[in-house]
Design a protein around this ligand. Structure first.
Ligand code: ARG
Length: 454
């Protein structure tokens, strides 16, 4: 490809070491799509004839068909996907194929390919996110009255509904979805036309290629365009945050599925057993997703580190962007698929959840609020309830199980209407505002959630 300047052939190991075709062939479709747009533009601008342009396009479609049928022979000595495609094109259509690379460089070509590829993957991830969110809404809808302990410090804090907890996950995913949609705009900018780094001497029209390729903007500086990988870093950062969310959800599922919590049942088809302990049913899917988050964080670090010392413009270092990005996309896609299939199918054990909620003095704050509403300053109320809880702990009973007399020894503001606020249902119902856990409030959140993902 560059033999003219060289006096000896590339060392065999160096050729293999510098080649990227084994992984960048994954962008073959985008590479051909970009080349077809480029050839069309060259023809329309009179840089090559319309006839030459058409021959090139037909040839590229032939190459595409060969790849799809698995007949294409990838050659490591041709280094990368771009030169493999171009070389095959010329073999198929003859010398006119050599005109395709007019006014273009692999530097703007590869940047264009990655963006086209990542744009499609982003759309796929957005669709998967939406499916998972829909599943969460379905799950939440059935459980606005299923009561479980809400935790802080993993200690029972206040009663919440299972639906409220599921809707917290939904919110996390809404932000993820927003982030990917935002990043998509910056992915969808076209580097093509920047050529090697400075632009090209041919009278190209970049608006033609941008329109053909569905780019919503054109990169405005050729030096930046060929070297910028911010969009990939941003994507991987979004992926890291999303994986962090899936990992937190995993952690909860794993805890809840344990015999000690006994909060949920995960259907057998999402679990595996042990080769030695016959009784075991393990939450492998959430555990694996929790583990896979680490690898996506690693890819983010890889990409940031890859870019931090690079002077403008293109450097061969950039070839190292693809494997981390591909792995990030594969890991994220797999994790989302597993979650979208599994999560709507988890079954809460409402009796165990209720029993656990009754154990941890979850309505203590409700008692304090009750006293405040009777005129006691909150700090004093806090003190009174603390003493009542201490008595409950000594006697081994919940607040609602203390008698009115026992409660009144701490404050004579307590009347027999107190037991209403000490029940779990009363506690939930009292939090009836936007963002609160009352069944009515959560139903509203679910309804709005449907609109948000529509
Ligand atoms: N395989 C290269 C990459 O992935 C394509 C661009 C090569 N450009 C160059 N000047 N060597 O980045």
């Amino acid at each position: 490809m560059w033999g003219g300047r060289f006096s000896e052939a590339t060392d065999k190991f160096v050729a293999e070491f510098t080649a990227s075709v084994n992984f960048d062939k994954r962008m073959a479709n985008q590479d051909i799509q970009g080349s077809i747009a480029h050839a069309t533009m060259l023809g329309e601008c009179g840089i090559i004839t319309k006839d030459e342009s058409q021959k090139i396009i037909d040839g590229l479609n032939q190459v595409k068909a060969e790849i799809e049928k698995g007949e294409f022979v990838w050659k490591v000595e041709l280094e990368d996907v771009h030169m493999n495609v171009e070389s095959r094109l010329t073999a198929l259509i003859g010398d006119v194929g050599k005109k395709l690379h007019t006014g273009r460089s692999r530097n703007d070509q590869v940047a264009t390919d990655i963006r086209l590829w990542l744009r499609d993957e982003t759309d796929n991830i957005l669709a998967l996110l939406k499916r998972l969110q829909g599943g969460l809404l379905d799950l939440a809808e059935q459980h606005t009255e299923t009561i479980m302990p809400g935790f802080t410090h993993l200690q029972t804090a206040q009663p919440v509904s299972f639906a409220h907890h599921v809707m917290a996950w939904f919110e996390m995913l809404c932000r993820d979805s927003e982030r990917f949609s935002e990043t998509r705009k910056r992915i969808n900018q076209m580097p093509l036309g920047s050529a090697a780094l400075a632009g090209t001497t041919y009278p190209i029209d970049r608006t033609i290629t941008a329109r053909l390729l569905g780019f919503e903007g054109i990169c405005q500086n050729s030096l930046d365009a060929v070297s910028d990988r911010d969009f990939a870093i941003e994507f991987t950062a979004n992926a890291s945050i999303l994986m962090m969310h899936l990992s937190r959800m995993s952690e909860e599922l794993i805890l809840w599925m344990s015999a000690q919590f006994g909060f949920i049942h995960i259907p057998d088809r999402f679990c595996t057993g042990s080769s030695i302990m016959p009784q075991k049913k393990n939450p492998d899917v959430p555990e694996l997703v929790r583990g896979k988050a680490a690898r996506v964080f690693g890819q983010l670090t890889t990409l940031l580190t890859l870019m931090k010392n690079q002077p403008l413009a293109y450097n061969k270092d950039n070839q190292e962007d693809k494997e981390p990005l591909f792995d990030c996309v594969d890991t994220l896609t797999g994790s989302l698929l597993a979650f979208a299939d599994m999560l709507p199918n988890i079954v809460p054990n409402s009796e165990n959840m209720r029993a656990a909620t009754l154990k941890g003095y979850a309505t203590a704050t409700d008692l304090a609020d009750y006293l405040v509403k009777k005129g006691l300053p909150f700090r004093d109320a806090h003190e009174v309830v603390g003493s009542a809880v201490a008595l409950g702990v000594t006697k081994g009973v919940d607040l609602a199980e203390l008698s009115l007399d026992e409660l009144r020894q701490f404050s004579d503001l307590i009347g027999d209407d107190v037991f209403e606020c000490l029940t779990l249902e009363g506690s939930l119902n009292a939090r009836n505002h936007i963002g609160g856990t009352a069944p009515q409030a959560v139903k509203g959140a679910i309804e709005r959630g449907r609109e948000r993902i529509a």
